[in-house]
Structures are given as C-alpha cells and as structure tokens.
Design a protein around this ligand. Structure first.
Ligand code: SF4
Length: 634
C-alpha cells in the first residue's frame, strides 16, 4: 500500500473528510502517474475524461512531494474556484501548506494611481464618483483584487491599475501597501501558487528574454485545461505593442501637467499631436482587416511615420522637462521605451521567421510580431532537468492520440496517458443529428436548426444548453425562441456567474450562449439534460490568431486545416459535449446541428474523437427525452 492509497483508497482520508467524494480507479491511477512525473521531473500529458477527479489527482501528489509548485488554470474564474473551493478541502489534510493566488497586474488596485486620479479628475464628476466608491472598497479589502468590486469596468481600469510602464515599483510611496507586490510576495513565500495561463506565459516569455520574471522558480508546474496552451502561448512570444500604452501615457502626461499648473504649452501641444495620430491609428484599425500588410498599405504607413516623429520630438522635450517631477521622469522613461518598441512598425520584418498581425480590442489595437515557429521556443522551456511539467485536460487527444498537442508544444517525447471517464456514455447519452439541415454558417441554417430542435426542447421541458459558435446565430435563435413560454437566459444579459445561477435555480430553463460556456461550466442532475451545439466550432480563418497560426503551419510545410483548424474544432466540440454528463447518474441528449459530420471526409475523425455513444434519429431522440424526463413538478 502506497501513501497515495491512504488518501484515495476505500477507507482513505479523502473519503472520510471530503463530503461527496467517490473512490475512482482512474483518479488514483492518474495520481500515481503525477507522483512519478514529479519524482522524475518528467513532461507528462494526461487526458482525464470528465468525472475522473483530476484536480485531486494532481493536488495530492503535489502536497505529498514537498516541492514548490505552480498550478495554472485556464481562466480567472477557474483560478478562484481552485483556490477557494478545491484547495481548502485538501487544506484540512495538509494544514501546513502555504497557498497563494496570483493574478496579472491589471487585476489589482494600484493605490498610487487611484490617489493621483482622485486629485486630478476633479472636473469629471462621473469618473470621480466611481473612483470614490473604489476608494471606500479599498479601505476594506484585504487582497486589492478588483474582482471584488462590481463598479470596475474596462473604462475605469486605467485610472486604478498600473502597467509595467507606469508602475513606480519600490520607489512608489504606496509600495508598502501595494496589493500587487503583496500578492507577489505571498507567492514567493508559498508552497503552491495558483495562476492562470496568461500570467504563466507572460512570465515564461519574460524569463526567455532574461528580463526580471514575475513568478518565483518552482520545481513542478501543473497546467490544467492544457488544451488552451498552444493558442495562448503564441500571444506571448515575439513582440507586441498596444494602443493602451499610448493612451495611458497621454493621460499621465496630462495629469502631471495639470498638477504642475498646465504651464508648458509646447509639451501639451506635442501630447495633443501624439493623441491625434494614435486615434487615427485606432480608427484605421477598426476600418481594416487583421491583415497587417493591408493595414499598412491603406494609410497605416503615413500614420506610423507621424507617430514616430511625435515620439522623437517628445523624447527630446522630455529630457528637458523631466526634472520637474518624479511623475514626468517616469513618463520620460516610458516615452523612450515606447519609441524603442515602436520599431515593430517601422523596421522591415523577416517574413520567413515572423508574422505580423493586428488584434482589435474594445479600446484600440494590439500589433503583434510572432515567431512562426513557437514549438521550438516552448519545447526548450519544458525540457528541464529540475522541473516537472504536467499538462492535464479532459480534452487533449485528437483521434485517440496526443500528436497534435505534442507537436504544438514542441515536446515530441513525453509521458502520455489517457484516463477514461468513469461515466458510461453508451448508456447515459443519446446523440442526434437533425435531418435535412443546410450547410451551417448562415441564418437559414440557424432557422432550420431551431425549427428542428424546438420539439425536443419542449419535450424536455427546457433543461437545455443551446451553444453557438457565433453571437449572430445566438441572437437569431433568441428571436426565434422568443414566443416560447420556457424561461430563456442569454449570454451577455448578466454576468456569467449570475446566468449560471439563474439557470440552475429556474426550473425548466434554456441557456443560449457562445464559446465561453463551452468549458468550465458544471450543471449536474435534472437541470440540464440536453446540450445542442449549432455547428462544428471551426475558428474563422480570418480571425488574426488562427490566421497567423495557419500561416505559420503552412510556411513550415504543414496543412493549416488538418494540423490546426480541425484538431482545434474537435477539442472545442468535446469541451462543449462535456457539459452534458457531470455525474454517474446524469443522463441526456446531445444534438449536433452540423451535417458535415456525415458529408465531409473529416467527419469520421470528428466522430471518432467523440465518446462512443448511440446516435439515434430525431424521433427516437424525442422518445428518449420523454423517458429520462422527470415527472411534472420535479
Ligand atoms: S508599486 Fe506600482 S502598482 Fe503598486 S501602488 Fe505603486 S505604482 Fe501602483
């Protein structure tokens, strides 16, 4: 009997101390592989089907190992869930372990900037009122995590958070009470640090460049929801520059001048020129596609030259005026850094090694220069003699093997193992493809799909997730279902947490949602017995990141569809399917509204990658829902 058996076994600590814990052979098998990978500093890919209990399967060996560990999750919500729900359950068994939660900089209040803007913005009453509310919260919070304040939105963030550029670090008068640095210090002291993938890869890309890193060195890294990694990683290798850096600098320069009496018309004039050039740049980005060359040729080049001249003039001016205040000195350094980084636009690109792409955001643009081959960079990070890397997810395999994820991460040799879901999909699920649907991706498809599934939804008395690949299809379905008497909840009408709570608590309801509800959502039991997916979730080849990734694959001699779009769609589809069955007693119907799984050659690969389950015609699907339906008044 090993130490793990004392925790996972039939009379183990977990069964005796965690309410609802179920002993599962797959879970202890996974825990053993994690334990061995930790001991041998291996790279391991572990696919743990829904219901395996993968979180405890990696947490227990981590705690037993006494090695400093980072656990990275897909989203901030999952990060909070791990920190405040799963880890406290184990905390009782490992009371001495120190656990820290660390998020990215923009999640923490910057008291210095809040105070500064409370002084400067005396004329903007609405913003001032919101800043005062944040200030009252700041007096009570113990973490400074802005997720605790509902008033905060993207427009307020620049006033109350710092960036790498404008943070004063240890020279800051508020450094001792700074929530960001307090959280980082706790992470340095902790045994287990919970982060999200964006922070992990921001840190890894910094380490790669030998710049001061955010996270302390650790001996074990567990990457949960690891299927998301290839996409996230590309954003952090290479270089990028975004419009927020310019708008923040312009705002801060104006604030500094306000505090000094607005007495330098020449500097204020240069700031206005820079602002005008950047707003033209944002405007052009919104009017163009993600294609950088196109953007450059339709007017981007002239604007780039204007911004470049403004930055050069501003640099000269800042050398003279920066002695007037600490704030202006900080702005001078930022102008210099921006001017350095702006060569991303002005220098020619080696197109054999790099790709340029533009990402539009709510507030402006983000221009990236990414290496075509990220797998080599990543592989070097993961093959280390002193660190174990464990990649886990319910969906890592495509067509039954790990080749796609291994290639994407540049790790050809690794431990790999699948742990089957304990659920019996052959008896717990029926699947259905509604007949005679047109090719998807247009309104006619959505209309006919809604018409086809409506009898199923009625027979099921709601209890349905209707998941879409686009907002357009979701909104059209909302209009088409408008007259139904069942309660309908739609993504965007309230926060994600509130929507899920409303769905769980409102008997017989329907949730209409897009991608963010395809994963990380757990609704057990009779509240959810039908999941409908409108079409195979192929990324649009016109979106910047898929386009850049496909270009990279094709430049390297691969096939963008086969090597990227298809595996990516299969993994997303499996994530969506995974919402249906969340326990051994759940039963349900899975509907896929995409006739291409029968008509296209790749349909076989898609079918082979889904769990084995009976596919039935729509009449049998209706009867099945009737059979599994709880009686009225349940
Ligand atoms: S150290 Fe940086 S983040 Fe912290 S309060 Fe100061 S400026 Fe803000």
């Amino acid at each position: 009997m090993t130490e793990l058996d004392h925790y996972f076994g039939n009379d183990g600590f977990l069964l005796n101390s965690v309410s609802g814990f179920v002993v599962r052979a797959q879970q202890i098998a996974m825990a053993r592989v994690v334990e061995q990978s930790i001991q041998e500093n291996d790279v391991a890919f572990l696919e743990a089907g829904t219901g395996t209990g993968k979180t405890f399967a990696y947490l227990v060996p981590i705690f037993l190992s006494d090695k400093k560990t980072i656990i990275s999750t897909g989203t901030k919500t999952l990060q909070d869930q791990l920190r405040f729900q799963d880890l406290p359950l184990l905390g009782k068994l490992f009371p001495k372990k120190r656990i820290a939660l660390l998020k990215g900089r923009s999640n923490y209040l910057c008291p210095h900037r809040l105070q500064k803007h409370l002084k400067v913005l005396s004329t903007d009453k609405r913003t001032l009122a919101r800043l005062v509310k944040v200030q009252s919260w700041a007096l009570t919070t113990t973490t400074g995590d802005l997720g605790e304040v509902s008033e905060v939105d993207d427009r307020l963030l620049p006033f109350i958070t710092s960036t790498k550029d404008n943070c004063l670090g240890s020279a800051c008068p508020q450094f001792e009470i700074c929530p960001l640095y307090t959280a980082r210090q706790r992470a340095i002291e902790a045994d287990v640090i919970v982060v999200n993938h964006h922070l992990l890869f921001a840190d890894l890309s910094l380490k790669e460049e030998s710049v001061a890193a955010i996270l302390p060195s650790v001996e074990v890294v567990v990457v949960d929801e690891a299927h998301q990694i290839p996409e996230i990683a590309r954003q952090f290798f290479g270089a990028s520059i975004n419009s927020r850096r310019f708008t923040d600098l312009i705002r801060d320069l104006r604030s500094e001048m306000f505090l000094l009496g607005n007495d330098d018309p020449q500097l204020l004039g240069l700031v206005a020129q820079l602002e005008s050039a950047i707003s033209r740049m944002v405007q052009l980005t919104f009017e163009s596609t993600a294609d950088y060359d196109h953007w450059f040729s339709i007017g981007g080049q002239h604007i780039v030259e204007d911004v470049d001249h403004c930055l050069a003039d501003l640099m000269d001016m800042m050398h003279i005026v920066s002695v007037r205040s600490q704030g202006l000195e900080s702005c001078r350094r930022r102008v210099e850094q921006l001017a350095d980084d702006f060569v991303l636009f002005t220098e020619p690109t080696n197109l054999e090694e790099y790709i340029h792409w533009i990402d539009k955001s709510a507030s402006g643009f983000n221009v990236h220069l990414s290496p075509i081959n990220i797998a080599d960079n990543l592989g070097q990070l993961f093959y280390r003699e002193d660190t174990a890397w464990i990649f886990s997810s319910a969906t890592l395999c495509v067509d039954g093997n790990f080749e796609h994820i291994k290639q994407a991460l540049g790790v050809p040799d690794a431990t790999e193992q699948r742990f089957a879901s304990p659920f019996d999909f052959k008896t717990q699920v029926r699947a259905c493809l509604p007949p005679n649907l047109p090719a998807p991706g247009n309104d006619a498809h959505t209309e006919q799909l809604v018409q086809a599934v409506l009898p199923l939804i009625r027979k099921n008395r709601g209890r349905t997730f209707f998941l879409f690949t686009s907002y357009r299809a979701m909104n059209l379905a909302r209009e088409l279902l408008h007259a139904e008497s069942l309660p309908i909840f739609v993504q965007g009408s309230m926060t994600r947490q509130a929507l899920l709570q409303a769905f769980r608590e409102t008997q017989g309801s329907i949730l209409l949602a897009t991608h963010s509800f395809w994963q990380g959502v757990d609704v057990r039991g009779a509240a959810l017995t039908c999941v409908i997916i409108d079409k195979l979730p192929f990324a649009s080849p016109e979106e910047p990141l898929p386009k850049a990734t496909m270009q990279a694959i094709e430049v390297a001699g691969g096939n963008g569809f086969v090597d990227y779009l298809l595996p990516h769609a299969i993994i997303s589809l499996n994530q969506g399917f995974g919402r249906l069955i969340r326990s051994e007693t759940d039963r349900g119907l899975f509907v896929l509204g995409d006739p291409r799984i029968r008509s296209r050659p790749y349909g076989n690969v898609v079918m082979a990658s889904l769990p084995e389950m009976p596919w039935v015609d729509i009449e049998v699907a209706g009867q099945y829902l009737h059979e599994i339906s709880e009686p009225e008044g349940d």
